[in-house]
Design a protein around this ligand. Structure first.
Ligand code: CA
Length: 675
């Protein structure tokens, strides 16, 4: 992904430079200017609002402002200010302060600064923790009053290693909006708090379905306050993924039952977290600190113009996000913002993990600080991200939090595009097939996935399609997957790349593909609804497609009950066998042994020595990506069959045994045995 976009971006830059070279004005090197600004950490938690016995206190970091004001309102959206407070600057910190002797609970506020002789538009600031509808004004509320009953005892699941997690990526609307969900609070945070919901056939949906499936964490698409959905017109039923951040420290209003009441969204999101925790399921938040929805009008720009972003040599916004701008994590106040923002979500909302969008836009030092600080709050916390950018960046490559630099970020995991593309075919070329769909030549790249991108003596990284070196220090640092919200979902990808196959055959390919993911070393990740073979009507990018495209039809739980049962057993298999969940690269190198198989599109390996405390002395895993049966040899002995011919029995009670020797592996499936 990086390469492809980078070439386009570079070509564009070169073209611009040549065309405009004689006219380039002398844009000053602003890095030196910005780095000379005084900074102020929010560790004391007094940015931008504090309410205590002495009143209500405002504090805005705005080093360039010549004047600053606070406007107080009775309403979250309309009406004129009831009061205006002039702020005073502390030059040492760049922070402007003003206070009211009253506790202004129930009121709203905005800031405005005078910059270069001009009053800029009002902004709720960058640290608003409660906001009115559409997040244009911040709200003064008593946060303690938003805690659901029993919140003080709420706790997420404990993880020994990242590799014990099973991630389920979902969008709030996808998961609950379809009438077949049987859920009352469709498309809301509260959807995940409803037990006992069912589809028309009586099969469990919602949180009960997640428990039944066995996933350990839900990974929720952006749930901070984003821009694209009008919270004052929810009947319009607008859909958006939410990768257009506005207020990073307040929940999105459209997922609440009342966006106009600032407390409601906060309380309901906490109720969601609590309900999932009570079900033994953790919550990972998708965070998008790499860019903002707007440029000059963003909350960052309206408080410290220019400071929070990177720019090109001509002074325009650089755009490594492909969304119009990119933030500058290497600057102290931006780094502090990211670190303190995730800390806030972990503490206030008990969030169990963070997925960083376009993580390579951030610098390595920031990501390491994120990991160090979060682990002080919760040693079980999972941190992972996309180890690429969507365009070129002024940030030097060696500083970027890239996949290839994972070994320099021991507390952070990266998505494996290696296993993703090798198993199902290239993400952007719909017709391209992969190992599971019968295309040869991907075997070595699949092996990179199987060993969790660690250094393994039997893997030849020079043959890797995407990576040419082992990039992790341990399997805890890689997220294995074949599909996510981006690009075609697995069902659509298989329909596009296997046009002559019928649905039964494609379901079989999907099973093999996910079996490779869920038996590989690393952290397995799945896209919601693939367990029922959901589709998205063949559309690649559904970020603003209507519910009719994005909603999961839970009638499929009945129509594709066999698929759901396969996923359920696959997850059980992984949970019952620690050998699939090693957390140490040297253990993987010692206990995972590939067999020398000559047949194309067949991979065979063993997990030996009761790896990672496994009850089995040896597990044999054979993947046949060919649409015809193959024969291979395994050692003679008494083997129990765990998976064969598109069926898994994690308990090994119904699929029989094998004496070893010459074995036949049916078309497009995994044969898994143990002894
Ligand atoms: Ca919003």
């Amino acid at each position: 992904m990086t390469d492809k976009f980078m070439k386009i971006a570079m070509a564009g830059l070169i073209g611009t430079a040549l065309a405009s070279a004689p006219h380039v004005s002398a844009y000053p090197d602003m890095d030196a200017v910005y780095n000379s600004f005084p900074t102020y950490s929010n560790k004391g938690n007094d940015l931008e609002l504090t309410v205590d016995k002495t009143g209500t206190h405002f504090a805005l970091w705005s080093p360039q402002a010549t004047q600053a004001r606070v406007y107080i309102y009775n309403n979250g959206r309309t009406g004129t200010p009831t009061d205006t407070l002039d702020m005073k600057k502390d030059s040492a910190s760049g922070v402007w302060r003003a206070s009211s002797p009253e506790q202004l609970y129930g009121k709203f506020y905005t800031f405005s600064i005078n910059h270069d002789g001009k009053w800029l538009a009002e902004t709720p600031g960058v640290w608003a923790k409660a906001v009115g509808a559409n997040g244009t004004r911040a709200a003064i509320i008593n946060m303690a009053a938003t805690n659901p009953e029993g919140w003080e005892n709420d706790k997420g699941p404990e993880l020994t290693n990242n590799t014990d997690a099973i991630l389920y990526e979902m969008h709030h609307r996808d998961f609950s909006i379809h009438p077949s969900s049987g859920i009352a609070n469709k498309g809301k945070f509260l959807a995940l708090t409803e037990p006992g919901t069912a589809n028309p056939q009586g099969q469990s949906t919602g949180i009960d379905h997640l428990k039944d499936l066995g996933v350990t964490h839900v990974h929720i698409l952006p749930s901070f306050d984003y821009n694209s959905v009008d919270e004052t017109n929810l009947p319009a039923n607008t859909y958006n993924w939410g990768y257009d951040p506005v207020n990073y420290n307040a929940p999105e209003g459209s997922y609440s039952t009342n966006p106009s009441d600032p407390e409601t969204r906060i309380r309901e999101m906490k109720e969601m977290v609590q309900a999932l925790h009570n079900a033994g399921i953790g919550v990972v938040m998708d965070v998008v600190y790499n860019h903002t929805a707007q440029n000059d009008e963003s909350n960052f720009s309206l408080t410290a113009p220019g400071y929070y972003y990177r720019h090109r040599a001509d002074g325009t916004y650089s755009d490594a996000s492909g969304c119009g701008n990119e933030t500058a994590s290497e600057r102290q106040q931006m780094r502090d913002f990211i670190v303190n923002s995730v800390k806030y979500w972990a503490k206030e909302y008990h969030i169990d993990g963070f997925r960083f969008d376009l993580m390579a836009i951030h610098d390595i030092a920031t990501m390491n600080q994120v990991a160090d600080e979060l682990r002080k709050i919760n040693p079980n916390i999972i941190i992972y991200g996309e180890g690429w950018t969507a365009g070129d960046s002024p940030l030097p490559v060696e500083q970027r939090a890239l996949k290839d630099h994972a070994y320099r970020m021991p507390g952070v995991a990266v998505f494996s595009d290696d296993i993703r593309d090798a198993v199902k075919g290239h993400y952007s070329n719909a017709a391209d097939r992969g190992f599971a769909s019968g295309k040869t030549g991907n075997e070595e790249t699949v092996k990179i996935g199987i060993v969790g991108a660690t250094n393994h003596p039997q893997v030849d990284y020079s043959k890797g399609n995407n990576s040419k070196k082992a990039y992790t220090l341990s399997p805890n640092q890689v997220v294995n997957y074949v599909s996510c919200h981006d690009d075609m979902c697995l069902t659509d990808k298989l329909a596009a790349s296997l046009p002559d196959a019928d649905e039964q055959q494609r379901k079989r390919v999907a099973r093999l593909a996910q079996t490779i993911v869920f038996t590989s070393q690393g952290i397995p990740f799945m896209f919601a609804g693939e367990e029922v073979f959901r589709n998205k009507h063949g559309i690649h990018n559904t970020y603003n497609s209507p519910d009719s495209v994005n909603a999961i039809d839970w009638n499929l739980l009945d129509a594709n009950a066999d698929q759901n049962e396969y996923y359920r057993q696959l997850i059980r298999l992984r949970k019952q066998h620690p050998a699939f969940r090693m957390s140490d690269a040297s253990e993987v190198a010692r206990n995972l042994v590939f067999d020398n198989v000559k047949t194309p599109n067949v991979i065979s390996y063993s997990l030996k020595n009761h790896a990672n405390g496994d009850p089995a002395a040896e597990i044999k895993v054979i993947f046949n990506g060919n649409p015809e049966a193959v024969t291979t040899r395994i050692p003679r002995g008494k083997w129990t069959i765990l998976a064969n011919d598109g069926v898994i029995d994690a308990d090994g009670k119904t699929l029989g045994t094998s004496q070893g020797g010459k074995v036949t592996v049916p078309p497009t499936c995994a044969l898994i045995l143990m002894r």
